[in-house]
Design a protein around this ligand. Structure first.
Ligand code: BES
Ligand code: MN
Ligand code: ZN
Length: 498
């Protein structure tokens, strides 16, 4: 779906979408349309229950007096509440309703909104972003899908008074959308296609954009003493990998970077502590954290962010086999700390232990943020509306929460506190990989914290938000890429040179 911006002239064909404010006057375009069709628009609104409320819509097919195939009136809500997120939901809603209606083209009219703090150009840029994000579809393996089941809309024109200004504002947003699409693709691919080496190849391909990408194999990781990560991968036929992506966009290329670390378990069977069969296929997206890091690094490179950033992803496949690690095994991590593996299904923290240590030791980052589909317990706590946020630094936690709220990827802070640390004490080693008692997500975070020295650190448990079971305003059901937009926003707001 190609998105462009054009001057607000009423289109001759295709579908047309226009916003209607709740309890406000018709916007300029809506008033023009109403006149062109002899008042049909006002009459249609009066004859229906459509009041311009958010998420309400009214479809007029083949409206007399107009040459467009259909006119969709989409509620914008109250003018003063029309912000970037509302504009994105509006663009997403337009695509959701019309992408498969039969038209090849669609135009979305965006006017200035009285009461909104955003200009028409800024609203148009966010409408375009919402349309783009919602148009995502992973259909490469549907070979027998009929043409009339596939989206018909190929082109979307966002109509606005100052298309040049809108286009300029959209450029960095489009870069982020491209990052989101890569993340969604990677998480959607099955585990026979995306495994540690093929995922590392996907990271390497980003070198074309100016990222420096290095990949460490098992031999190099062994030298570095990464017994925790390697133990998880030892039951798999696939070789474990650690990929490092670097973007040096700051004026001082040597300045300490911000670091992102992702859990990349390309398939999590649970290992010897085998998971039940029901829904085990979901564990293809247990590399969701790594996919976010890779998509984020792509976005930063595409929009040439003025920041130094590193992304590190630990890539392993957790399989049961004759070479797999056993419950009770003791492994030595790169930090030197030993871990008793009580449950081979608590593998993500083992991977992150070495990835976090390596990142911190090698790059001395300003801050380190990890993302992981780490615990089922976070789904019990927060469901799918918020990701869990754990941090050793209040300022970083606040910045992350604010960035998440700004882009609609919400975080809820959970405790990181010493009493929970006692729950992972082991009789035989420095710690064990599962906690006694409750608070499974917190004890997992406490485990990670043992591999952080004094770097400001945050951990996002994204197990509940990585895969959407229902359509969202800008996310069709499936891989959400939750975290890409959030962390891009964090970088823009807090770490980029202005
Ligand atoms: N990848 C899972 C967590 C998960 C569960 C992600 C559901 C997405 C959806 C993780 O590796 C895991 O298996 N965690 C265990 C830990 C337990 C054994 C301490 C869990 O949450 O059950
Ligand atoms: Mn597991
Ligand atoms: Zn896992």
């Amino acid at each position: 779906m190609k998105i462009s911006f054009a001057k607000s002239a009423l289109p001759a064909e295709g579908a047309l979408v226009v916003g209607i404010l709740e309890g406000g006057a018709l916007t300029a375009t809506a008033a023009r349309l109403d006149e062109a069709c002899g008042g049909t628009l006002t009459r249609a609104i009066a004859a229906s229950r459509f009041e311009g409320k958010k998420d309400q819509s009214l479809l007029l097919v083949a409206p007399a007096g107009l040459t467009v195939s259909r006119l969709l009136l989409l509620g914008l809500g109250k003018g003063e509440k029309v912000d970037a997120l509302a504009a994105e939901a509006f663009g997403g809603g337009a695509v959701a309703q019309l992408a498969a209606a039969g038209d090849a083209q669609m135009a979305i009219a965006v006017d200035a909104v009285e009461g909104s703090t955003l200009t028409a150009a800024a609203l148009a840029a966010h409408v375009a972003l919402g349309a783009r994000l919602r148009s995502y579809r992973f259909d490469k393996y549907r070979t027998t899908e009929k043409k009339d089941e596939k989206p018909s809309v190929k082109k979307v024109a966002v109509l606005v008074d100052d298309p040049a200004a809108a286009k300029k504002l959209y450029a960095p947003l489009e870069a982020v959308a491209d990052g989101v699409f890569l993340t969604r693709d990677l998480a959607s691919e099955p585990a026979n296609v995306i495994y540690p080496e093929s995922l590392a190849e996907q990271a390497k391909a980003l070198a074309d954009l100016g990222l420096e990408v290095e990949v460490l194999g098992e031999k190099q990781m062994k030298k570095l003493g990464m017994g925790a990560l390697l133990g998880v991968g030892q039951g798999s036929e696939r070789e474990s990998q650690l990929a490092v992506l670097r973007w040096s966009g700051a004026a001082d290329k040597e300045a300490a970077p911000i670091a992102f670390v992702g859990k990349g378990v390309t398939f999590d069977t649970g290992g010897i502590c085998l998971k039940p069969a029901a829904n085990m296929e979901d564990m293809k997206w247990d590399m969701g954290g790594a996919a976010v890091v890779i998509g984020l690094m792509k976005a930063l490179a595409l929009r040439k962010a003025k920041v130094n950033a590193v992304g590190v992803v630990g890539l392993v496949e957790n399989m049961p086999s004759g070479t797999a690690q056993r419950p009770g095994d003791v492994v030595t991590s790169a930090s030197g700390q030993t871990i008793e593996v009580i449950n081979t299904d608590a593998e993500g923290r083992l991977v992150l232990a070495d990835a976090l240590w390596y990142t911190q030791d090698r790059f001395k980052p300003r801050a380190i943020i990890d993302l992981a589909t780490l615990t089922g317990a976070i789904i019990v706590s927060l469901g799918s509306h918020y990701a869990g946020l754990f941090a050793n630094d209040d300022a970083l936690a606040g910045q992350l929460t604010a960035a998440g709220a700004a882009v609609g990827e919400k975080l809820w802070r959970m405790p990181v506190d010493d009493p929970y640390d006692k729950q992972i004490k082991s009789e035989i080693a420095d710690m064990k990989n599962v906690g006694e008692g409750g608070a499974g997500s917190v004890t997992a975070a406490m485990f990670l914290k043992r591999f952080i020295k004094d770097t400001p650190w945050a951990h996002l448990d994204i197990a509940g938000v990585t895969w959407a079971k229902k359509d969202g305003p800008v996310t069709p059901k499936g891989a959400s890429a939750f975290g890409v937009r959030l962390l891009d926003r964090l970088v823009a707001d807090q770490y980029e040179q202005k």
